[in-house]
Design a protein around this ligand. Structure first.
Ligand code: FES
Length: 144
């Protein structure tokens, strides 16, 4: 491989990596968002379920430095939400959201959006969190 080809291919690879979050949001209807911890609550702006072009989104993946794994928040309808921890109950690997399912990249377990096991080897459901919308924000209770 010559130098020019190497540089061209490296730039394409970097562009793909940098574009991945935008593609995640625009193509899949899933938005990654950094939440704010307030006591036992993780707060998100309710606008997180609106895409940049105004289209409604169904899923937000909430993150925070204090969380070991993100929380998938599903919008069920106006002011109706539910949330599950994206941690596989088999061996603790972070799950991927694919549509209304959560899939484990390690050994293939899958869960529905409410955390119920669809396919093993995981046997236990995912941890779920109460969610409410108040004052224009999505509030996820992190209490045990
Ligand atoms: S860690 Fe998820 S199936 Fe094993």
């Amino acid at each position: 491989m010559d130098r020019r080809t190497f540089i061209r291919q490296s730039c394409l690879a970097c562009s793909a990596v940098l574009a991945a979050p935008a593609l995640l949001t625009s193509c899949s209807g899933i938005r990654p968002v950094a939440g704010i911890i307030e006591g036992d609550t993780l707060a998100l702006p309710s606008g997180v379920f609106t895409g940049k072009d105004g289209t409604p989104l169904r899923v937000a993946v909430a993150t925070h430095a204090q969380l070991k794994q993100p929380i998938a928040v599903f919008r069920d309808g106006p002011s109706a939400y539910h949330a599950v921890l994206m941690r596989c109950t088999h061996k603790g690997v972070e799950l991927n959201v694919t549509g209304t399912r959560l899939e484990c990249p390690a050994h293939g377990s899958s869960f529905d959006s409410h955390g119920a096991v669809l396919e093993g080897p995981a046997e236990a459901p995912l941890r779920i969190f109460p969610v409410e919308e108040r004052d224009g924000r999505i509030l996820i209770s992190l209490k045990a």
